[in-house]
Write a protein that binds this ligand. Structure first.
Ligand code: HEM
Length: 90
């Protein structure tokens, strides 16, 4: 049996902006995280963190603090893997 991670497409990710009552999701290094619980704790501030919401935040994250161990910090917030459009149906 495979690991039961959710397969998240870019268009599904795009809906999760943290606005309009939706949770905020971001993708980092191919993993998708629900960052909603972390918004209030981000040392760089909530609005700054939410710039990565609804999209792949890998580049933004790496430009600012490549030394931060997001895999460790966000392990309990990981909800799935980013896949290409349509790959969630396979
Ligand atoms: C600072 C975590 C995403 C912008 C920090 C720090 C941590 C952290 C631990 C303190 C780093 C240090 O002092 O060495 C995270 C995690 C993220 C994330 C787990 C996962 C999504 C982002 C994104 C942005 C961002 C997407 C920008 C768009 C900043 C800024 C600071 C900061 C500007 C510096 C705050 C300051 O020193 O005044 N973040 N971050 N972060 N983060 Fe993030």
């Amino acid at each position: 049996a495979g690991t039961p991670y959710l397969k998240v497409t870019p268009s599904q990710l795009r809906a999760m902006t943290g606005r309009r009552g939706k949770d905020a999701w971001t993708a980092l290094g191919g993993r998708v995280y629900n960052i909603t619980p972390y918004v209030a704790f981000h040392p760089g501030g909530g609005p700054e963190l939410l710039r990565a919401a609804g999209r792949d935040g890998t580049r933004l994250f790496g430009e600012i603090h490549p030394w931060v161990n997001y895999e460790g910090m966000l392990a309990s917030c990981m909800i799935g893997m980013l896949v290409e459009e349509g790959e969630d149906k396979k």
